[in-house]
Design a protein around this ligand. Structure first.
Ligand SMILES: O=C(O)CCC(=O)C(=O)O
Length: 283
């Protein structure tokens, strides 16, 4: 799949682009089943998981493509990787993948932040629109009630005073089980007066492309419905850190960086369809 010029322009200007219906219901059912397995001790690398501070339930799981054939195919499908290559060029690799579970009643918040604040500490030099990209795949219907992700459009274009060009932040170790470089409130207030915050709701299968500097957050999920989302993050080979080590003061799991830094090739839609069929999920 290729993005239109209008979509590329919107991505560049807003720092995010929402595309509906990129996955069918049976495909999402397969990916959701696999996501569910990643959140349990049945996965091969349970050390790649992080648990909620209050309930102890699964919060996030890294590296699903290493334990799941379905995710190994999915992150390189033409409908995902072709737009990534359009925006970043052909020479890209997977920075990491993570599922954020936001389970019903217990899924805890994410403070306002720019992902690139952490990724710069992990060694990525640049976080511009054509350097790194995140792709969010909604695995459940995301509604205003179950803790949708909210973005400040245009925030990626703000030149911050901190290293890497990010906005001023404070490191929050306390609020949740996962320390976050939290963007200061004064920036959120100033920017959201300029452009209204966009709340990303949508049916399962909706995909959002967003930049490494687009400021975002989400609230607790106090609803009775799970809100699982897969994040796939890509980087260009030129922006690859020389060393696999971070300057973050706290590393919750070593799997937040993908060790396989080979240039990606497209996977096969047919192979994905066969997996869906093999699980008895085909429509
Ligand atoms: O899925 C969410 O609620 C937000 C996750 C997030 O902001 C992150 O992983 O950086």
């Amino acid at each position: 799949m290729k993005l239109s010029n209008a979509q590329i322009e919107q991505y560049e200007q807003d720092g995010l682009l929402i595309v509906g219906d990129l996955f069918t219901e049976p495909e999402i059912a397969l990916l959701r089943d696999e996501a569910e397995r990643m959140g349990t001790p049945q996965r091969q690398t349970p050390g790649a998981n992080v648990y909620e501070k209050k309930s102890g339930k699964i919060r996030q799981a890294y590296g699903s493509e290493q334990d799941s054939e379905a995710w190994d195919i999915a992150y390189r499908l033409p409908r995902i990787l072709e737009p990534v290559q359009q925006l970043l060029g052909e020479q890209v690799y997977l920075w990491h993948s993570r599922i954020i579970f936001k389970l019903a009643h217990v899924g805890e918040q994410w403070q306002w932040h720019q992902d690139f604040t952490s990724w710069h500490m992990d060694g990525a030099a640049r976080g511009g629109v054509h350097d790194m990209i995140s792709i969010m795949i909604m695995l459940d219907d995301t509604t205003p009630e179950n803790g949708p992700v909210r973005f400040v459009p245009g925030s990626h274009l703000e030149e911050g005073a901190q290293e890497g060009g990010v906005l001023d932040w404070t490191y929050d170790f306390e609020t949740t089980a996962y320390p976050v470089h939290t963007t200061l409130d004064e920036h959120i207030e100033r920017m959201s007066r300029k452009r209204a915050v966009v709340e990303c709701t949508g049916q399962a299968g909706t995909v959002v492309f967003f930049t490494a500097k687009t400021v975002h957050s989400s609230t607790d999920n106090i609803s009775p419905r799970d809100r699982r989302i897969m994040y796939l993050v890509y980087n260009t080979i030129e922006n690859k850190p020389a060393k696999m080590e971070t300057r973050r003061p706290d590393v919750v799991t070593p799997y937040y960086l993908n060790e396989n830094r080979n240039v990606l090739n497209l996977s096969d839609d047919e192979a994905f369809a066969r997996l869906v069929e093999g699980r008895g999920l085909a429509a």
